[in-house]
Design a protein around this ligand. Structure first.
Ligand code: ADP
Length: 213
């Protein structure tokens, strides 16, 4: 799953998981868990994340390989937030085949609006939005009643930096995958209040056409 921060990668991946049972590996989530543990590695990762910068490739790849080793052999998975650099793409190709890129195309203005009102369940990670994807009860998760929080990097200054980093890294990476003839399924968002369901249904249809599911 490829796209700018706030494009909906986590939201779509969790719905694909519900509908198709495919596991998701989200490097950002793994890092947030690491930070909670307050180890030396966690502190190192935090210093990058809070500035909106990429965590160094050696750390990311190590963490990803560890997580990939937990996926049963022959089972598929969705990657959310990986690869973000050439080195990461190479490391990934060395251990697995990339079947398809689910590409999310979302303009900056929508991203900025969405991220500044995004809320996440502290318990189960479900994503809400105080304006467009409201929980039934304010600040409470619909699914597990857990408390909702705002990510510390979802503030205007860090959002701008994350977008800039994405733009610098994404273009050469996408060109690389195009050259390698990895198929793309592109989902374009043009409305701020675009509900996730039709986007997910379209992704499933496209995946079925290509016999991935
Ligand atoms: P977003 O895509 O909205 O920025 P993520 O949760 O995917 O959110 O990532 C949050 C932060 O975690 C990034 O800004 C970066 O610091 C770090 N991170 C996540 N994945 C990677 C990766 N593959 N390579 C380097 N840094 C990463």
């Amino acid at each position: 799953m490829f796209g700018p921060p706030g494009a909906g990668k986590g939201t779509y991946a969790s719905r694909l998981h519900e509908k198709l049972g495919i596991e998701t590996i989200a490097t950002g989530d793994i890092f947030r868990e690491l930070i909670k543990k307050d180890t030396e590695l966690g502190r190192k990762v935090k210093a990058y994340m809070e500035k909106g910068l990429l965590v160094p490739d050696e750390i990311v790849t190590e963490v990803l390989k560890e997580r990939l080793s937990q996926i049963p052999k022959g089972k598929g998975f969705i990657l959310d937030g990986y690869p973000r650099t050439f080195e990461q793409a190479k490391a990934l190709e060395a251990v697995t085949k990339i079947d398809v890129i689910l590409m999310l195309d979302v303009p900056d203005w929508i991203i900025i609006e969405r991220l500044s009102s995004r809320r996440i369940c502290r318990n189960c990670g479900t994503v809400f939005n105080t304006r467009f994807l409201k929980p039934k009860i304010e600040a409470v998760c619909d699914k597990c009643d857990g408390p909702l929080y705002q990510r510390s990097d979802d503030n205007p200054e860090v959002i701008k930096k994350r977008l800039q980093v994405y733009k610098e890294q994404a273009k050469p990476l996408l060109e690389y995958f195009e050259k390698k003839k990895v198929p793309f399924v592109i989902s374009k968002t043009t409305n701020l209040d675009q509900p996730p369901e039709p986007v997910v249904d379209n992704m499933i249809e496209e995946l079925k056409k290509r016999k991935f599911v």
